[in-house]
Structure formats: structure tokens, C-alpha cells
Design a binder for this molecule. Structure first.
Ligand code: GUN
Length: 320
């Protein structure tokens, strides 16, 4: 099958093994519709949450903690709570003032660790400067760590063991799967090495047998590295740093960046229009990876609830 644009949208085709971009007809990349993929993940979660409720006698529960009044964080957390309600996940909401001390927040995390109806705990980042985020993340019970940021879950990912994985890179993998691209043996380049996205994306791609290169702000020849990528994950947070003419013809481009350009417009890490002329598949910004993060958080919450209900670790492949 070639990568022409006459086929059904990528998200509707499911998982199909095809040679990586081998027969791509040059032209304009197919847009990967993150909103549509996220909607289908939410439908899955709705069914899973209903089945859990039926079996266990209560819905899965997600505790969200917002500290301070950063408007972007507040919008994001409210959106998480609203989406929980839509799919049948109970929301336990905590909002603390910007002056909250570390010990007070630690006490709240401990209380949520002990609450039977809280399957997942999410403390929205960034935290105010008087609070050390690592101390807080380390205090979350790893079985409730639906952000996948506890060192235990990060170590499990590196070791290839089952565990909760960070939501954004999980969403990236889900989007890749909708394209049907064969990851086994493909050259995947991850630009960015954050704990939230870049590093976990590297190990999720390795799990799928991609040949992975990780680039960052000190990489000597980013253009050359990007130019070799069958699969490019851009997660460095620099507006349109990755030029469209660097993209390998037929590549799959997943742009995690959300940046404001000089004109105040929301743009990704990749020059979208020019990259689109070379790639086979590309995510837009907004409407690509963004909607996936909350969808995968819900998926992780159900996986954590299932694991807690039977008293074992999160199953391999859960949350995907
Ligand atoms: N702030 C921005 N993204 C995230 C995320 O995925 N999890 C948390 N906890 N905070 C964030």
C-alpha cells in the first residue's frame, strides 16, 4: 500500500504493518488528526470505566491537585476534570493557594495515597518556587502515579518492565500507530530530552524496536540527524526550530511543541507548511499531540484502577 491521500483518514485504519514510507508518493503529508484519535480513546475509556464500575461497585477516581493560580495550569486542570466527568471517572479536586508550603502539599499527597477511591493522583506542574517538585512526585504512591513521573515508574520503563508511562509520549505512540508505520527497525529521532516527553519517548520507541537517536540543545548537526529520521518526534519547545527542508521525504513527523511565535500564534517545533511538503504524515499544532495527553491520562487512570482492584502492578501494555 502506498502513502497516497485517497485512503481513509489515518486514525480510522487501525494498526497495519507497512514498510516505512518506502512507497510514499511525494506531495502533501496526511494530517494526523489528534482530536479524532483522542475522541476514540475517550470512547474506549468510557466503556472501560463503565465495566470497572459495574464490577467493583464504584467508578475509577482521579485526584487532581492545582497549586497557585497560573492561568494555563488552571485551564488545563479544569479540562482534565471536565473530561473525567464525561467518561465516567470520578474527580477529586484540590486547589491550594500559591503560598502553600511543601509540607502541606506533602500531607495532601499522603492523604490521597491513603484514599481508597483515588486510583490516580496528578499534581499539576509547575509548582510554586517554595516547593521542590521532585520531593512531591517522589511521595506519590507509584501505583497511583498516572503521570508516570515517579522514579519507580521511570525506572520500570527503562528496564522494560510494566508500569505507568507518561501521558504525552503514550499519546505520541498512539498517534504513530494510527499511521500504520512499521516502527521495528525504523530510524526514530527524538528531539528533546525532558523527563516528561523526550526521555520516555526514547524508551517507548525502543520497546517497539525502533533504532533511536536522541537530540537536544547541544547536538552538533541537528539538520543531519533530523534528515535521517523515518520517524521524527519533536519535543524541544523551540518555535519552528526544525526546518521543513530538513525532513526526510516520506517521514512521519510528530510535533509535541506548543510555542508562541513572534506574532503570538501557537506553533510547533517544526516548520509545518514546508515539512508537510516532504513528510508522509504530520501532526498539526494545535490539534495533534495536545488532545492526546488528557486522553492518555484517563487511560492510565483506568489502568491504575484495574491494577489496584486486583492488587498487582499495571499490566504490560496497559494505557496504550
Ligand atoms: N504540566 C504540563 N504538562 C503536565 C503533565 O503532563 N503532568 C503534570 N502533572 N503537569 C503538567
Amino acid at each position: 500500500m502506498s502513502y497516497s491521500r485517497t485512503r481513509a483518514p489515518a486514525y480510522s485504519r487501525g494498526r497495519v504493518d507497512r514498510p516505512t514510507c518506502a512507497r510514499y508518493d511525494r506531495g502533501v503529508a496526511e494530517i494526523i488528526d489528534g482530536k479524532a484519535v483522542a475522541a476514540s480513546v475517550r470512547e474506549e475509556v468510557r466503556a472501560e470505566a463503565a465495566a470497572f464500575r459495574e464490577r467493583v461497585g464504584r467508578p475509577p477516581g482521579l485526584a487532581t491537585v492545582l497549586v497557585g493560580d497560573d492561568p494555563a495550569s488552571a485551564t488545563y486542570v479544569r479540562s482534565k476534570r471536565k473530561t473525567c466527568a464525561e467518561v465516567g471517572i470520578a474527580s477529586i479536586a484540590h486547589e491550594l493557594s500559591a503560598e502553600t508550603g511543601q509540607d502541606e502539599l506533602l500531607a495532601l499527597v499522603e492523604a490521597l495515597n491513603a484514599r481508597a477511591d483515588a486510583d490516580g493522583i496528578l499534581v499539576q506542574l509547575p509548582l510554586p518556587p517554595q516547593i521542590n517538585a521532585s520531593v512531591i512526585l517522589d511521595a506519590i504512591d507509584p501505583v497511583k502515579d498516572v503521570d508516570g513521573l515517579h522514579p519507580m515508574n521511570q525506572a520500570r520503563l527503562v528496564a522494560g518492565q510494566a508500569g505507568l508511562r507518561p501521558c504525552t509520549p503514550l499519546g505520541v505512540m498512539r498517534l504513530l500507530d494510527t499511521t500504520g508505520v512499521e516502527l521495528r527497525g525504523a530510524r526514530a529521532v527524538v528531539v528533546g530530552r525532558s523527563n516528561l516527553v523526550g526521555k520516555p519517548a526514547v524508551f517507548l520507541l525502543l520497546e517497539r524496536h525502533a533504532t533511536v537517536t536522541v537530540c537536544h540543545s547541544r547536538t552538533r548537526d541537528l539538520a543531519a540527524e533530523v534528515g535521517g529520521a523515518d520517524v521524527l518526534i519533536a519535543a524541544i519547545g523551540k518555535a519552528q526550530l526544525i526546518r521543513g527542508d530538513w525532513i526526510k521525504p516520506g517521514a512521519v513527523v510528530i510535533d509535541v511543541g506548543t510555542n508562541r511565535n513572534a506574532a503570538g500564534k501557537l506553533v510547533g517545533d517544526v516548520e509545518f507548511e514546508r515539512a508537510r511538503e516532504r513528510a508522509a504524515f504530520i501532526t498539526p499544532v494545535p490539534g495533534g499531540v495536545g488532545p492526546m495527553t488528557i486522553a492518555m491520562l484517563l487511560k492510565n487512570t483506568v489502568a491504575a484502577a484495574e491494577a489496584r482492584a486486583v492488587g498487582r502492578a499495571v499490566a504490560a501494555g496497559a494505557g496504550r
